[in-house]
Write a protein that binds this ligand. Structure first.
Ligand code: SIN
Length: 327
């Protein structure tokens, strides 16, 4: 009996020691932008909230500026278990679902409030699950902002963009958008954009104020046209395999921390859209062109036919629902 008690005690000690020394679940969070951006700040906040609330159980490690993976590789890496979370732009999911292409349709959302209404509504929430068949789970949307056009020359009307080379994200909709104004779109990773612009291998690109500022594109692009022609937002994503490997209580806590981090990131996104635009204007490096309503209408007329081209893949009803969020 004494022998048994000793054995049980020894076993309990071993198990106890194992529990005490079990390594926390590691979440590698990979992204491509600078830390002083909405996404960079969201990821940092998420890391800090998890450290505060789930110390010893979960640890988030953030890898900014494409240090770990570029957006074109990160989802493959996620499915292989090499990274657990990322927040690629919604334009970078077309290999996994065609429906998220809706966010790339030019001149669909009039502003970020409309984007927010659509994302929080039933159709937007349903889209979070559009990657499930591919083994990915959408955990939430994160804002960056509306896109502007930067270039070596002043762009006032679509004809000004003709024959110019523009870097785009990996999106067929964005490709069609630039082809619609007879420009030449080139799909390139975000990490290459500055050098491509600096060496004049390309003439321009489209992006948000915070990305144009934080990656210094404005220093090598003398003109930025304020078009607000599209949205650049993100999907925070994980793999189903990793997500389901967490026990339910932990999953709920992680999701809660993420939701708070996203709310924080969204607040920063709104502030940065204004602040970074002003910083660019104040720098004097790049002229910000405000187009007239008539000029803007020419861009709308040229680009909007792209919707029809992708209606079959995205769904006419979904496009209608997104349009309705403008009201
Ligand atoms: C990002 O904001 O994550 C990158 C956007 C881009 O590729 O232009």
């Amino acid at each position: 009996m004494r022998l048994l008690t000793t054995a049980v005690a020894a076993l309990a000690l071993t198990v106890g020691a194992q529990v005490a020394t079990a390594a926390p679940v590691e979440i590698k969070f990979s992204h491509v932008v600078a830390e002083n951006t909405p996404k960079g700040q969201m990821a940092t906040k998420f890391r800090d909230l998890v450290a505060e609330r789930l110390a010893g159980k979960v640890e988030v490690k953030v890898f900014p500026s494409s240090q770990l993976f570029g957006d074109n590789k990160v989802l493959e890496a996620m499915l292989l278990g090499d990274v657990q979370m990322a927040a690629p732009s919604l334009s970078k999911f077309q290999k996994y679902t065609k429906q998220l292409q809706i966010f790339d349709l030019p001149f669909l959302f009039k502003d970020m409030d409309a984007v927010e209404r659509f994302q929080n509504g039933p159709d937007g929430q349903k889209l979070l699950r559009s990657l499930e068949k591919k083994g990915l789970v959408g955990l939430g949307y994160l804002h960056n902002g509306m896109k502007q056009l930067s270039a070596n020359d002043a762009l006032h009307v679509p004809a000004d963009a003709e024959s110019k080379k523009f870097r785009i994200m990996t999106s067929d909709v964005l490709q069609a958008q630039f082809e619609a104004v007879k420009a030449v779109p080139l799909k390139k990773p975000f990490s290459e954009v500055f050098t491509l612009l600096q060496t004049k291998a390309i003439d321009g690109q489209e992006n948000t104020w915070s990305n144009i500022f934080s990656k210094k594109f404005f220093e090598v692009q003398p003109f930025i046209t304020e078009t607000n022609h599209g949205v650049l937002d993100y999907l925070v994503v994980t793999s189903a395999e990793f997500w389901l490997s967490l026990d339910e209580g932990l999953r709920t806590e992680v999701q809660k921390a993420l939701n708070e981090a996203i709310a924080h990131g969204n607040k920063i996104a709104a502030e940065k859209a204004e602040g970074d635009k002003k910083a660019i204007a104040d720098s004097g490096r790049s002229e910000i062109i405000n187009i007239s309503d008539a000029e803007r209408q020419l861009w709308v007329n040229a680009m909007k036919p792209v919707w029809k081209k992708f209606e079959g893949q995205i769904g006419a009803d979904l496009i209608k629902a997104a349009e309705a969020s403008n009201n």
